[in-house]
Design a protein around this ligand. Structure first.
Ligand SMILES: NC(=O)c1ccc[n+]([C@@H]2O[C@H](COP(=O)([O-])OP(=O)(O)OC[C@H]3O[C@@H](n4cnc5c(N)ncnc54)[C@H](OP(=O)(O)O)[C@@H]3O)[C@@H](O)[C@H]2O)c1
Length: 287
């Protein structure tokens, strides 16, 4: 049985939906924190069990009978996040999985300027050490994150952010389709995949033009120094640690950590990836 965690989250949910087009529902299980939120999957014949990466004993039940376990990374950063991933990896090993898959990020590196990418590198180390074959899905930067950064600009028309660099923005739907294809073709990738990215790397200068066209509202990009951005976030009540994590995204982008455009995702999909323009059209309201 293929077990997918995080199936009540945005990416995990779409991975399961795409997997069900390739594999009979009876061969798919999900490990979720709140099974009530996966009732529709249970109704389709998917095995739904409760599992949290903070409860190793519960994971033994959730991962029972697993051939492959796809661990969707948690929505946290730092040691707590890596510790939860280690617990999930140990749970998959204990369940006897033949392969463990993990949603990493294209910038995963111990020397990344972005905390999440250092966490992904630490998790990949744990995967290398676990003794079970693994596939680390080096996902491109979510295009939804770009849309998120644009939310204040929808009202103000001003994209006020630190200096950035080109980012190969990638759609959840494409990453989900790729994960499902890789799960259904066990062992297609060994270790970290090539970066699974959209077809173009864009800066916020470029994005301002795209967002202007998509929303019908003129959006102007202004660069703020990191220190001023930090103060702005503090003024909005953003905790200092979260502010540093956000600044890390821009520092990493400036260093080119998310700039690579790679054809692997497109090859897996058998078509061009969804563009940032399409994601913004879906995510941003028109003026
Ligand atoms: N590639 C990128 O650019 C990028 C950008 C942002 C985030 N990410 C990573 O990609 C992941 C998936 O993205 P997403 O959009 O699907 O995020 P999401 O909707 O926030 O989903 C996160 C999932 O993690 C689950 N989770 C959190 N803590 C858990 C725990 N202790 N045990 C088991 N499951 C736990 C959540 O469970 P519930 O459904 O119960 O809340 C949720 O299903 C994120 O969590 C993050 O690690 C990647």
């Amino acid at each position: 049985m293929i077990i997918v965690t995080g199936a009540t989250g945005l990416l995990g949910r779409q991975i399961v939906e795409r997997l069900l087009t390739r594999v009979p529902a009876g061969q798919v299980g999900v490990s979720v924190r709140d099974p009530r939120r996966a009732q529709d999957l249970a109704d389709q014949g998917v095995r739904v069990r409760q599992g949290s990466f903070t409860d190793a004993a519960g994971l033994a039940h959730a991962f029972e009978g697993a051939s492959q376990v796809l661990i969707v990374s948690v929505d946290k950063m730092g040691e707590e996040c890596v510790e939860q991933h280690r617990t999930a990896i140990e749970g998959a090993v204990a369940a006897g999985a033949r392969r463990i898959l993990y949603t990493s990020q294209m910038g995963a590196s111990a020397s990344s300027r972005f905390q999440a990418c250092r966490d992904h590198a630490d998790t990949e180390e744990a995967l290398r050490a676990c003794g079970v074959p693994f596939t680390s899905l080096r996902n491109g930067f979510y295009a939804r994150s770009a849309a998120h950064f644009l939310v204040p600009a929808v009202d103000s028309g001003r994209i006020t952010l630190p200096a950035d660099g080109p980012v190969a923005w990638t759609a959840h739907a494409d990453l989900a389709e790729a994960a499902a294809a890789i799960l259904a073709d066990e062992g297609r990738f060994e270790g970290p995949t090539p970066p699974l990215t959209g077809g173009q790397a864009l800066t916020f200068d470029n994005i301002a033009d795209v967002a202007t066209e998509v929303t019908g509202r003129t959006m102007t990009r202004t660069t703020v120094p990191d220190g001023a951005f930090r103060e702005q976030l503090a003024g909005q009540g953003v905790p200092a640690e979260a502010a540093e994590q956000l600044l890390g995204i821009f520092a990493a982008a400036r260093a080119g950590e998310f700039a690579t455009v790679d054809p692997t995702l497109s090859a897996l999909l058998g078509r061009a990836p969804i563009t940032l323009r399409e994601v913004l059209r879906e995510q941003l309201p028109r003026a």
